[in-house]
Design a protein around this ligand. Structure first.
Ligand SMILES: Cc1cc2nc3c(=O)[nH]c(=O)nc-3n(C[C@H](O)[C@H](O)[C@H](O)COP(=O)(O)OP(=O)(O)OC[C@H]3O[C@@H](n4cnc5c(N)ncnc54)[C@H](O)[C@@H]3O)c2cc1C
Length: 464
């Protein structure tokens, strides 16, 4: 049944697009407003595992994800002379979890998600400046002086969310905000990222492997860590992080490049180009094989916000939980937010009041927050272990690699896979693997619809 409410989504990043696709499937009216004038081909590798792949399978997208990705089987940690410090195979864990971790270039995943949203539902060149909320509706105001109105606003506009900032200003007036939310995000690293054009497998034989190889290098003569992944199409995804926090606290004299963009990258490219690269040659070879406009330098920040919603506005993805990338959980949690929020929106009445919306948003946050907090902590710990360059973090790394068995390391990565949300308004995919998965349930509304279908003699999608 068509609903009488409309969702306006600020931000057409991965979270905004995934939510758009889910709302399309749920038959809920929506529009996406993205600041960028056109699609930007920026980013390095990302990976999805068993805690989000079932949702992609349910949406009929698993084969497409498989086409753009490789299963991550071998992970190797190295020192700057490329001596192996720790390595392990993920094969056994992948079998237990039922899904291999699939690594891909962000650019390819972005294109895949974008292809699932009808072109007329996403508007580029629409930078949200403010959000005005009243009892009956919510209005987005854009930099080009136009506006868009809906019943619900979703802020999917990233770590520096304009929606969040407007919402917090409004909530500050009524005292409905945790004071810690008004503090800035904390930052600790620069990150330089890119995906190469196809490279020669005769020169880099690892490219020919059907599996993704992930090689990580921790340097001790500088404050850098480097990750290199093999992805389909004979390409490497690479990134280098530079620790910029001093032992005594954040260094405030550094440049604060908070947006993904290629403008600030050149100097850092020159600084790191002589680093030995684990798949052969030096990092400069990979930089030169990456189109200049596809290399991006950003600050890596983190913050888990405590206030996620007002009466008609709700935040998802980086706008409410910006994680460091080392555990590969930032994008996964943004996708999970989209799935779970779509479930709550599906169960709303046909014309929900602000009171009903507020209650649904509160339940959404209560469901998501504990999982997001666990992923946030894991991301923080992994970043310290992999990229941290303080005296303490270097020692911790040495001890960890010397003393902690790889089985313990792998086990800690498995933990987030117990939670595997799926759309509650579509037939669910049965659990795979032997790992214990948390229970899920169908939407009440969906079950009623299926029962009505059965009573009227129609074929139901699930047994009722
Ligand atoms: C171009 C780009 C490249 C990235 N590359 C990597 C990478 O290599 N590795 C990695 O780990 N993470 C990367 N990220 C971050 C990663 O995509 C996110 O951490 C994760 O996917 C969560 O997604 P999100 O949709 O919540 O946030 P984001 O991916 O940040 O998406 C937010 C979207 O909102 C848009 N937006 C921002 N402000 C406004 C506004 N005022 N009005 C309208 N739209 C607005 C942005 O342009 C962006 O498209 C990248 C993000 C971007 C935007």
């Amino acid at each position: 049944m068509p609903r009488q409410f409309k969702v306006v989504i600020a931000g057409g990043g991965m979270a905004g697009l995934m939510l758009g696709h889910l709302l399309e499937r749920a038959g809920i009216e929506y529009e996406i407003f993205e600041r960028a004038k056109e699609v930007v081909q920026l980013g390095s590798a990302m990976a999805f595992g068993a805690n989000i792949l079932p949702a992609f399978e349910q949406l009929g997208m698993l084969e497409e994800v498989e086409r753009i990705s490789k299963v991550m089987e071998d992970i190797v940690y190295m020192d700057e002379n490329l001596n192996e410090v720790m390595s392990f195979s993920r094969t056994e864990s992948n079998e237990k979890l039922g899904y291999g971790i699939r690594a891909f270039s962000r650019v390819d995943m972005y294109d895949l998600l974008l292809s699932k949203v009808p072109a007329h539902k996403i508007h580029f060149g629409k930078k949200v400046l403010s959000v005005v909320e009243d009892d009956d509706e919510v209005t987005l105001k854009f930099a080009d002086k136009t506006t868009a109105t809906g019943d619900i606003c979703v802020g999917a506009d990233g770590g520096y969310s304009a929606v969040r900032q407007c919402m917090y200003k409004m909530l500050e007036q009524t005292g409905d905000i945790d004071p810690s939310d008004l503090e800035e995000l904390t930052f600790g690293y620069y990150n330089l990222v890119g995906t190469t054009a196809p490279m020669d497998p005769a020169k880099y034989p690892a490219l020919e492997s059907p599996d993704c190889k992930l090689l990580m290098v921790q340097r001790s003569s500088s404050k850098h860590a480097m990750h290199t992944f093999t992805v389909p199409g004979n390409r490497f995804c690479w990134n280098v992080s530079e620790h910029i926090k001093t032992e005594f606290g954040p260094n405030t004299s550094v440049f604060r490049g908070t947006e993904w963009g290629s403008e600030k990258a050149e100097q850092m490219c020159n600084e790191v180009r002589d680093f030995k690269a684990p798949f052969g040659g030096v990092l400069g070879d990979y930089i030169d094989a990456t189109p200049k406009e596809a290399i991006s330098k950003v600050m890596l920040e983190e913050k888990l916000f405590k206030t996620w919603h007002s009466k008609r506005t709700i935040l998802i993805g980086d706008s409410c939980h910006k994680m460091l990338p080392s555990a590969g959980q930032g994008a996964v949690n943004a996708m999970q937010d989209a799935v779970v929020l779509a479930n709550y929106l599906y169960d709303l009445s046909d014309k929900p009041s602000s009171k009903e919306l507020y209650a649904a948003f509160k339940d959404f946050q209560a469901e998501r927050y504990p999982h997001v907090r666990d992923a946030f902590i894991l991301s923080q710990q992994r970043s310290k272990l992999i990229s941290g360059q303080t005296f303490y973090e270097r020692w911790l790394r040495k001890l960890y690699f010397a003393l902690v068995p790889t089985s313990v390391h792998v086990k800690s990565s498995e933990k987030p896979n117990a939670y595997r949300p799926q759309a509650s308004f579509l037939p669910m995919i049965p659990d795979r693997g032997t790992f214990k998965v948390l229970p899920r349930s169908y939407s009440k509304r969906y079950l009623e619809e299926q029962k009505l279908l059965k009573q009227s003699g129609g074929a139901t999608a699930i047994p009722v």
